[in-house]
Design a protein around this ligand. Sequence first.
Ligand code: GCB
Length: 647
Amino acid sequence: MGDPGKLALFGVLLLCAARDGASVPQRGMLFPRESASRELKELSGLWDFRADQSPGRSLGFDSAWYKSRLAETGPVIDMPVPASYNDITQDPKLRDFIGWVWYDREVVVPARWVADKGTRVVLRVGSAHYYSVVWVNGVKVMEHNGGHLPFEAEIGDIIRENPQAPCRITIAVNNTLTLETLPPGSIQHMDDTSKYPNGYFVQNTNFDFFNYAGIHRPVLLYTTPKVYVDDITVVTDFSDNTGLVSYKVSVLGASTTNVKVTLTDKHGRCVASSSGPSGVLKVTDVNLWWPYLMHDNPGYLYSMEVHMTTADESVAYEDIYTLPVGIRTVRVTSTQFLINNKPFYFHGVNKHEDSDIRGKGLDWPLIVKDFNLLKWLGANSFRTSHYPYAEEILQMCDRHGIVVIDECPGVGIKDIRSFGNASLAHHLDVMDELVNRDKNHPSVVMWSVANEPAAEMPPAGFYFKMLISHTKALDPTRPVTFITDSNYARDKGAPYVDVICVNSYFSWYHDPGHVEVIPIQLTNQFENWYGKYQKPIIQSEYGADVVPGLHSDPPMMFTEEYQKIVLQSYHKVFDQKRKEYVVGELIWNFADFMTAQGVTRVVGNKKGIFSRQRQPKAGAFILKDRYWRLANETGRLPPWNKYPCLL
Ligand code: GCB
């Protein structure tokens, strides 16, 4: 492990050392899509990789590893991108590594992209955990603070400096968490040399998942014309059977442009069009976007093509971007959550981006398997506990009608020092980035600004007031929540949220083994919260660990039977309270997931209703029966058979 004194300097080192290149401010962050005016080049695959094992983790910066190929400055190993690096090798030092790791690869850039100065070439990283610095051919092009959201920079000028040379991309990523990161963490130095080796330190966190690190989402190059569509915002509504799509297009690179917007339906028929950078499209006989199991035709998406043209001196530019658009509304009353003015009941799950070997790396087979499991289960929703998920996952939600509570990485905020100005400023930035990225997804119906913060601490009131009002100002169309577990009477954030989301683990962390306490404690929980705030409530977490295959009757903790009886006891209370003001139930958790090692975790958290390998435990069948029954009562069963994934 490294020199503790130097380790604390990681952030400082970074900010001072890396000012030589262009730091690009975040503007629009449209998901990269091909069109007649835009091309893409995926850089997924094997990259060269080295962890900086030097005591202060600063050798890479001191020796300017970004100035040449990594393979020229030391040994490298193959590292798949996207993937967490932790579980790729047999080396425990890499699994538990804290500090800078370095990736690089050379890319062949299409000659036309280089030759045409009217083309912007953009390098985009879907996400890298946690702090990243990126160089192209040794020139720093960007840095990014935060582990779950995309960042990008234009690199055309750099590659055009030496068109013959291969384009070398170097990315350094640091997983060190501080009191001001999201999630927060801290480095603890163990100075007692009778117990620990010299210079020993550990990273402490207050959240219950493994701090996987590396380049987690795809890296790619894409092009746009020099004058281009930078951002699009849509807000949808309807009146009788007319859909309304208010849009705003922002174009960069020229002051005067022509913008034409066309909306087509699933059959490619134009249903509305408009011109100008903002306007309202009216869709007669609208097909609304409905959640899965609420309508025969869930997840209906129109395509909105934005066509921009301009004339810049002698050169004309043209850009085309097509955005999927679902037309729906979201509203909250004191007892209901309404989608398209109809009561919506969340019967869903909490997830993690987590699986064997790739850790938190984006993995298509896993994503598709998980959606098939959600549909099998009859789940209509999930919460992106405890950080923003990949955009590719939200696109699946849009298409399949799976409703999303979109959570920022504000998890484990337990130390009073994490409520200071620097933390708040970063938290506001992260909400800006998150809302900017996800604002156009019809599946996203609510923002969650944090999970189980120490909301009873004195600064929490101001902190959450600011955070929630900022989020509402960013997006007045969606409700905002934060997830609470604390005593309702002392919670300083609840007055500001639109929906109360409560996590509780009766008969697990409280009164372990005593399932008989669940009815009384859960009923009181709901009555206390509702009595105080008169806002709809979602049971945002509940559950019990199960080591798959462990059985006992009468039930004992950690067995399949115990999970079953916990779930059934909760469900009885949900069934009473959903007639009043409870608007949803999300099981903790969809699947088992990896955590830090500790005496309460048996190779990870085992509260999944599926194992980490996605095999069902007994609890999965309990939920499947319940969710299909709820769908039958509150929604619309699809006309097809009980295995929708086969159709
Ligand atoms: C919680 C947390 C979640 C944990 C879960 C548990 O309240 O929100 O991150 O994993 O409890 O299993 O302890």
